[in-house]
Write a new protein. Structure first.
Length: 413
């Protein structure tokens, strides 16, 4: 009985958790193929969640909430080298960090369990740390995201609100590294360090979320936003090149966090430099409808020479939340539109027993409201001094008798 009790206590201390809130299975390593932008397929090996699955590159995004007690079950189905899950950037103890010889390795047909309490909200990486340069290049990597504990659409507990989010994970592929002589290397478990002969690294394909060139254009990978919406971009680099992420000058980019840590002060720059293993969080807004691009430049970190450029589309349309107009019958007129601080905005509509005039800003926040009940006549005429509104895009809404709602986009320049 005493032996059983000691064993239970030891497991509890090793796991560091009293109960499991979230559990994930990762199978290592599934082998398969990846089709590149030139139409050719190369062999890859990656993390998967079913045995017969062709591994996606990158692997599945693991998502948790701050404070979750997490279990990751790594099942090595590789028929070859051992594997690990290195939790890149998370504050976990050494036993669960996934670095070989400092924690543990998982051998063929074995299960290895990683336990941790999800730290503060942020963007992290996971990857195999066995012969890591080869196994990461082969495809054994992915994103790990920790959300605020309250489930809110904020960057972290008490952080910034946002309307849309998108993750961009940069990497590269050198097809000469995807040969049997490299990927199916021998592994000596008695050595602290294993060496694998590899060709000089000269990538031919530069990836964003596993896609490049026309694959990006042909996919649904784009930032879909609304004029005035706040967008949170999670930017990460797990390749061997430096990345320069350039946002549109009109995006108003704010760099707010790095490696899962909030900045004490916001940095304002349209360009974010991301070196291998780094992650950044940025906020930005487009105050107009239209199409833009996120430009990603890949450069050699030794020479600084630009090697490749990829583009991720941004599609901005309509208002935040209030992007539909209910004025097809012409019962609401707003003149002049656009208007400025030196003009008076005239809102004209049907006048019934009760009319409520609301003006919303581009994020859907109410900035002006007035209830009218004593107007006489068949039409309502309401005037707004142009100095009462700042420059921007607004929505004028007329609610008639609590039943009919009419709206019209207005622009104050």
């Amino acid at each position: 009985m005493r032996y059983v009790l000691v064993t239970i206590l030891t497991l509890s201390l090793t796991n560091g958790v009293a109960q499991i809130d979230a559990s994930e299975l990762l199978i290592a390593r599934n082998t398969g193929t990846k089709t590149l932008a030139d139409g050719n397929a190369i062999p890859v090996m990656g993390f998967a969640q079913t045995i017969m699955e062709n591994p996606a590159i990158p692997g599945p995004t693991l998502e948790f909430y701050e404070g979750d007690s997490v279990e990751i079950d790594l099942w090595n189905f590789s028929q070859g080298a051992p594997h690990t899950v290195h939790l890149h950037g998370l504050d976990v103890d050494q036993q669960n960090d996934g670095v070989p010889h400092l924690s543990f390795e998982v051998y063929h047909m074995d299960h290895g369990f990683y336990y941790f309490k999800a730290p503060h909200a942020g963007t992290y990486l996971y990857h195999c740390h066995v012969v890591s340069s080869v196994h990461v290049q082969a495809g054994m990597y992915g994103l790990l995201i920790v959300h605020p504990s309250d489930g809110s659409q904020t960057t972290w507990n008490g952080g910034y609100d946002y309307d849309n989010s998108m993750s961009l994970l940069m990497s590269e592929i050198d097809t000469t590294w995807h040969s049997d002589s490299v990927m199916l290397h021998t592994y000596d478990t008695s050595l602290m360090v294993n060496y694998v002969a590899v060709p000089e690294y000269k990538p031919q394909f530069y990836l964003v979320n596993g896609l490049s060139d026309q694959q990006i254009a042909d996919s649904s990978m784009q930032l879909n936003t609304s004029a005035g919406a706040v967008n949170y971009l999670r930017l990460a680099n797990i390749g061997f090149k430096g990345c320069r992420v350039i946002l549109p000058s009109t995006f108003g980019t704010q760099i707010i966090d790095s490696d899962g840590r909030p900045f004490p002060n916001i940095e304002y720059s349209d360009t974010v430099l991301i070196f291998p293993g780094e992650r950044y969080g940025v906020l930005g807004t487009l105050n107009y409808e239209g199409n833009e691009n996120i430009t990603i430049e890949y450069f050699d970190m030794n020479t600084g020479i630009l090697e490749n450029t990829q583009y991720v589309p941004i599609v901005s349309s309509g208002f935040v939340g209030l992007n539909s107009s209910n004025n097809s019958n012409g019962l609401l007129t707003v003149q002049p539109n656009p208007f400025n601080q030196n003009t008076t905005l005239h809102i004209q509509s049907e006048n019934m027993n009760e009319v409520i005039i609301n003006i919303f800003d581009i994020r859907g926040q109410l900035v002006l409201s007035e209830k009218l009940t004593d107007n006489i006549g068949d039409e309502l005429l309401y005037e707004i001094d142009g100095t009462l509104l700042h420059s921007g895009i607004y929505l004028a809404e007329v609610l008639i008798d609590q039943k009919e709602r009419l709206s019209q986009k207005i622009i104050r320049y």
